[in-house]
Design a protein around this ligand. Structure first.
Ligand code: NIG
Ligand code: FE
Length: 386
């Protein structure tokens, strides 16, 4: 692939120690960033793309998404907006539809949603299983997810499926036994929904420990519906991330701040379940690392839009626009324990977004407007013309 000089960058948000650079340029060589600096000092390249004063940011890193599913829960959303509360039980309706779907139907949904992600500036996405909840259906969910990303997460412990309602211990045995053994080859991560109506702290510990023993790395759905043991379990087991963090005690905030477990906030879920938003300011001021992700799923957050999540985090979670951008790029990379993405510096993957705006503050200043002018993923222009 010939080297491309991306120049005329009005403001480059590197998310590296270089900070923000005005009047900048970047050289993309193959799938990597080869040079970053002042436009006037840029080296020659085979091709030149002038972005005419626009801002450039790293591609968004969506570290939390549930994309393998079938069915629609629009009616459940409408009922919620009319006053019904969200419960974990809604997951079971998606499980029934997912089990009944063909591989091609599931794959078509992932194609559509990853295409939406890319067009809205996301260049890395994690994909969870969790709507199959049988060995066969979890394994095929992960096989399909693997076609679209290396960041696959085994979430057999999403909820106890209806056929095990009277014997949750038997379901935990399945999740930590045969299902785990079958799923592990296609998964990098193991996740558990540790919350009211899903799994308790002891079950979550057992599930995550079994996953670690099978070579997977832990992450946790924690404290979405109420304060509980989720965050503490995540920190105790060295999880890369505790996700949701909607209801946090003082001890939870301190535990996150004192650990390298990232607090991943999912404002789309609070939006779509009409729940109180977590206070990101508390976490940031305490010193925790914060990520923002979409949580794209048919129940609680059916959005692929990181710009929407950034705008919500700024407006509702008390993040500054700069903090929210960092959380959606570098924060997501940290939540996936990746150092090759989330920042624009020599050697990182050439994942960049050219904004139709002079400054990334416009992502929250102009909510609901498509500002994604051009997307570069692994050095190729994936949206917009060159
Ligand atoms: O992250 N909280 C658990 N899982 C999803 C919701 C799943 C659903 O309702 O289908 C979430 O919000
Ligand atoms: Fe989730």
């Amino acid at each position: 692939m010939p080297a491309t000089l991306l120049t005329g960058i009005g403001l480059l948000s590197t998310q590296s120690s270089d900070g923000d650079l005005a009047d900048a340029a970047v050289v993309i060589d193959g799938d990597r960033i080869a040079w970053v600096g002042a436009r006037a000092a840029a080296p020659a390249a085979d091709a030149v793309v002038d972005v005419e004063g626009r801002a450039v940011i790293p591609g968004f890193v969506d570290s939390h998404a549930h994309l393998v599913f079938a069915g629609d829960r629009g009616a459940e959303f409408a009922a919620r907006m009319a006053g019904s509360p969200y419960t974990a039980g809604g997951i079971r309706s998606t499980v029934a539809a997912t089990r009944a779907a063909t591989d091609d139907t599931l794959r078509a949904t992932v194609v559509r949603l990853t295409d939406e992600l890319l067009r809205s500036g996301t260049t890395t996405w994690e994909i969870k299983s969790g709507y199959g909840l049988t060995t066969i259906d979890e394994a095929r969910s992960l096989r399909i997810a693997r076609e679209f990303t290396d960041e696959t997460t085994y979430l057999g412990a999403h909820v106890v499926p209806v056929e095990y309602a009277d014997d949750p211990a038997a379901y935990v045995a399945l999740v930590t036994g045969e299902m785990l053994a079958t799923c592990a080859p296609d998964a990098r991560w193991i996740d558990v929904f540790c919350d009211r109506g899903a799994f308790d702290g002891d079950q979550a510990r057992a599930i995550l420990r079994a996953g670690v023993a099978a070579g997977l790395r832990p992450r946790v759905h924690a404290n979405q519906l109420q304060e509980g043991p989720g965050v503490q379990v995540a920190v105790e087991l060295g999880a890369a991330s505790a996700d949701h963090c909607t209801h946090l005690s003082v001890q939870d905030v301190d535990a996150l701040a004192d650990s390298d477990t990232v607090a991943t906030l999912l404002p789309g879920a609070e939006f779509s379940t009409r729940s109180p938003y977590p206070d990101a300011r508390r976490l940031l001021d305490a010193g925790a690392t914060v990520a923002i992700a979409t949580d794209c799923n048919p129940g609680t957050s059916f959005t692929t839009s990181m710009p929407l999540c950034i705008a919500l985090a700024v407006r509702e979670m008390r993040m500054t626009p700069a903090e929210a951008l960092t959380a959606a790029t570098l924060g997501g990379a940290r939540a996936l324990r990746r150092t090759d993405i989330g920042a624009i510096e020599v050697g990182t993957r050439a994942d960049l977004v050219v904004l139709d705006a002079p400054d990334p503050v416009h992502l929250s200043y102009r909510p609901g407007v498509d500002l994604i002018h051009q997307v570069w993923r692994s050095g190729s222009c994936a949206k917009g013309s060159r």
